[in-house]
Every structure is written in C-alpha cells, then in structure tokens.
Design a protein around this ligand. Structure first.
Ligand SMILES: Nc1ncnc2c1ncn2[C@@H]1O[C@H](COP(=O)(O)OP(=O)(O)OP(=O)(O)O)[C@@H](O)[C@H]1O
Ligand SMILES: [Mg+2]
Length: 237
C-alpha cells in the first residue's frame, strides 16, 4: 500500500529546546493511523513539526513531494488539515462564521459536514465560545473536513469530553476517514481500538514501536511497557 505521508529523522525544537529527537514513520494513504505515547513525549510537537509550526529539521514527504522546507500556509494549501489539541475555534464568531473562514476551495464539502454534524447546523448562529467542549471539537473537525485535504492531523479530539460525546466524535472521525486518511493522536485506547489500523508509539523523542494497533492493544504487557497503562482501562492524564 502506498503512503500519503513519510517522516524521516524529524527533529523539532521549541525556544531552543529539543522536544522531538529523531522521529521516523510512514502513514498509509487510507484509514486511521494512531500516534501513541505517554504524556509529554512529543506527540503534539511531532504534528506541529510536520506543519512547520515549530522549528524542525528532517524529511517530510506528502504524496511523494517534500514539504519540510515550506511555510505552514503552503503546507496547508497542499492539503494537510489540522485539528489542534485545544480546538482553537474563534470564540467570538458564530459557528457558521468559523466554518466559512475555513473554506479554501470553490466547492467545500458543506453537505457532508452538515450531515455529519447536524447539531452544528442547528447552532449555526451561536457564538462558538459558548459551545460545549464537544461541540467546539465538532467545529474544529468540521473545518478540516470542508476542504479536500490529502491527510488530517488530529490531536486528542476526545480529550476532556463526556463518554456520549466521545462516541459521537469517534463516529464522525470514522466517517471522515472514508474520505481522507487521518493521523490521530489519541490517549483513549477504546477510541484507538475502534478507529486505528496502524499505530506509532513515541517515547523519549523517538518512535519506539510501529505495527497494527491491535497488536499493541491486545497485548497487555506491551501496552503497559509502551504506554504505562492497562489496555482495558482508559488512558488518563
Ligand atoms: N511552548 C513550550 N515551551 C517549552 N517546552 C514545551 C512547549 N511545548 C511543549 N514543550 C515540551 O515539549 C515536550 C513535548 O511536548 P508535547 O506537547 O509535544 O507532548 P505530547 O506528547 O503531546 O504531550 P501530551 O500527551 O501531554 O499532550 C514536553 O516535554 C513539553 O514540556
Ligand atoms: Mg499533546
């Protein structure tokens, strides 16, 4: 199977301090690939490094073309969608305005997004800052889905959400993954189990394991060793 994204020897630093040492992995062109690892190992920094949001070196290839020398806006134009850890909706703007601002192309997928998130259609005039955490997450995912991206980088979409909302966001990501491959940072291992085909585990600034997601989740010893948690119980911070 071909890869949509290849990362070789990625190093990232923030304010002069190295936060990702030497990360190498591949993301297949279909389905959801999970990025796992304990708190603070550099999962978010890896995504931000791919996007050029923090200082980075190494080789990043999107659909066969190097993107590691490009500024962030060019990387986004090439079709890398980002759903950041803290959602980053425009609090003062309405849901509709948040979505309109995200549209980059002539024919955005408005209908697909409306079908996926009927709640957002109903709340289109509500100020995004007054939405619940789960609803804000849906706005954030919806923004990335409006455009015809080559890959989505999604950072902890279920963090801090109630179980019912976790299930809704999970369903939406599964639906979205039929359109676009997703690189997903996720600590909730039940969500990983439902969504991910492959998994990449980061530890100490490097990739310490790659393989089918279930080969990790179904092996309690491996899960404990790699992630420091039990596969049966939800990973918490
Ligand atoms: N703005 C910053 N300034 C200094 N250090 C930072 C900054 N942001 C992150 N770091 C450090 O970089 C390292 C990697 O952080 P990162 O957020 O990438 O980890 P993470 O795996 O996403 O963690 P989490 O699971 O808690 O989301 C951590 O040691 C963190 O303290
Ligand atoms: Mg993080």
């Amino acid at each position: 199977m071909s890869n949509i994204l290849e990362v070789v020897g990625l190093r990232c630093s923030i304010a002069g301090q190295q936060v990702v040492e030497d990360v190498t992995f591949e993301v297949p062109a279909t389905g959801i690939t999970a990025v796992l690892g304990r708190n603070g190992v550099g999962k978010t920094s890896t995504l931000r490094g791919i996007l050029g949001l923090i200082q980075r070196s190494g080789r990043v290839t999107l659909a066969g073309e190097r993107i590691d020398g490009l500024p962030t806006h060019r990387i986004v134009q090439r079709g890398v969608g980002y759903v950041p850890e803290d959602r980053e909706v425009f609090a003062k703007l309405s849901v509709a305005e948040n979505l309109a601002l995200a549209e980059r192309q002539k024919n955005p997928r408005r209908e697909f997004v409306a079908n996926l998130f009927p709640d957002l259609v109903q709340r289109r005039d509500q100020q995004a800052g007054t939405l619940s955490g789960g609803q804000q997450q849906m706005v954030s995912v919806a923004r990335a889905l409006l455009n015809d991206n080559q890959i989505l980088l999604v950072d902890e979409p279920t963090k801090g959400l109630a179980p019912k909302i976790v299930a809704e966001v999970t369903d939406a990501l599964l639906e979205a993954s039929k359109l676009v491959p997703i690189l997903l940072v996720e600590q909730n291992l039940e969500v990983v189990r439902r969504l991910a085909t492959g998994a990449i585990v980061i530890g100490g600034g490097r990739v310490i394991h790659t393989g089918p997601a279930l080969s990790i989740l179904d092996d309690p010893d491996l899960t404990r060793r790699l992630l420091g948690v039990h596969a049966e119980s939800e990973a918490t911070t």
